[in-house]
Design a protein around this ligand. Structure first.
Ligand code: NAI
Ligand code: MG
Length: 362
């Protein structure tokens, strides 16, 4: 029994999750596995109604009672910034030790990219972003706050253990990943070693040392600024990118843009050891501008279900789930040519109609 905690969240979150669950239901029937989806009320609305985000007991329940978490999006214009990001999203990542943020950058056939002359064979890589350290730990503080002499610091954390487990995941993923024909296995470390001479020196040394264990994988290093340029001018040079939390956050939005847009970008916050559940979510937010109108593209949320099935199947060693995930991904790829010439964020179809197409392909 696959036990999934569903946090629909705010805005379009619950609308797109509903379509993802429809696909899950269809797959469970055809691939013969059982699942249980439990809806949980966390998000901006609960904060406004009750002044709280999530309790320690609820976090403990998430940790022990579920195999995976499926999240829509959280955030409302009337909730102050930071409340849900730190109180829910970052808290779950840290407490469930979801130390990898996995974001495929894959242009599906039929989806248009803003990069002239580039096609699906050029844009097909994956970003492995470290998800528990760096500038996101909340280490820092104020001195003389509110005065003209105010000082604010925010510290960048890199631990040998945290960096090494992330690098090892990237090399392992590179070994098993399906890539474009004729391409070599390659892991590119993206950092800023010329300026961040302590934290990124540790990254570079760990990268070279861990890489020795993967002799068939080519290693490459790019500064983050150069990487942004190459992602636009020659994205085909990338296979697996491994990077820090902050840089990963930024370059994956660029990645989502070159692969078509927010409407099709999926991500996973992984605890690859399976010690706690992983969390899968579309990259987009709650899109208050289109919420409640049936206009949201559910593809990103549906691809997040595909990733949930595949990753949970890998951790639990259940081939059936891995197969179901890949089948769903293939169904999405099969319907994307129908969106040719349209913007993925403004499809001429309703949320439900898009999901109906995927269900038809399944
Ligand atoms: P957003 O991703 O919600 O929206 C940006 C633009 O993309 C909007 O024009 C929206 O209509 C469009 N868009 C997004 N997803 C779409 C979809 N599936 N189909 C069609 N169009 C789509 O980002 P924004 O506006 O910066 O943030 C809105 C709220 O979401 C904020 O409260 C923010 O904090 C929150 N947020 C939550 C995230 C999460 O839960 N992981 C991630 C990003 C933002
Ligand atoms: Mg982001």
């Amino acid at each position: 029994m696959l036990k999934i905690a569903v946090i629909g969240g705010d805005g379009i979150g619950p609308e797109v999750c509903e379509q993802g669950i429809r696909c899950l239901e269809a797959l469970a029937a055809s691939e013969k596995f059982e699942y249980q989806a439990t809806q949980l009320p966390y998000g901006g609305q609960r904060y406004l109604d009750h002044g709280m985000v999530i309790t320690a007991t609820e976090i403990a329940d998430l940790k022990t009672k579920y195999d995976a978490i499926y999240l829509g999006a959280v955030g409302r214009p009337d909730v102050p910034p930071g409340v849900l990001e730190q109180g829910l999203l970052l808290r779950l990542r840290f407490e469930l030790d979801q130390y990898i943020n996995l974001r495929p950058v894959k242009l599906l056939k039929g989806i248009s990219t803003p990069l002239a002359g580039k096609g699906p064979e050029d844009i097909d890589f994956v970003v492995v972003r470290e998800n528990t350290e760096d500038l996101y730990c909340g280490v820092g503080g104020f001195l003389r706050k509110g005065t003209v002499h105010e000082v604010a610091t925010q510290e960048m954390i890199a631990t040998r253990m945290g960096v090494e487990r992330c690098l090892r995941y990237a090399f392992e993923l590179c070994g098993r990943r399906k890539r474009q024909p004729g391409r070599d296995k390659k892991v590119t470390l993206v950092g800023k070693t010329n300026v961040l001479t302590y934290a990124h020196d540790l990254w570079q040394r760990a990268f070279d040392e861990v890489g020795q264990d993967y002799a068939d994988v080519t290693r490459e290093y790019h500064h983050v600024d150069a990487c942004c340029m190459y992602m636009v001018t020659k994205p085909e040079i990338y296979d697996v990118i491994v990077t820090t939390n902050m840089f990963g956050d930024i370059i994956t939005d660029l990645g989502a843009a070159i692969a078509g847009g927010m409407g099709v970008a999926a991500s996973g916050n992984l605890n690859p050891d399976g010690a706690a559940p992983s969390m899968f979510e579309p990259v987009h937010g709650s899109a208050p501008d289109i919420a409640g109108q049936g206009k949201a593209n559910p593809i990103a949320a549906i691809l997040s279900v595909a990733m949930l099935l595949e990753q949970t199947g890998l951790v639990k060693e259940e081939e059936k789930l891995v197969k179901a995930g890949r089948k769903l991904e293939a169904a999405v790829a099969a319907v994307c040519p129908k969106f040719a010439g349209q913007s993925v964020d403004r499809l001429e179809m309703s949320t439900q109609q898009v999901a109906d197409l995927v269900l038809g392909a399944l």
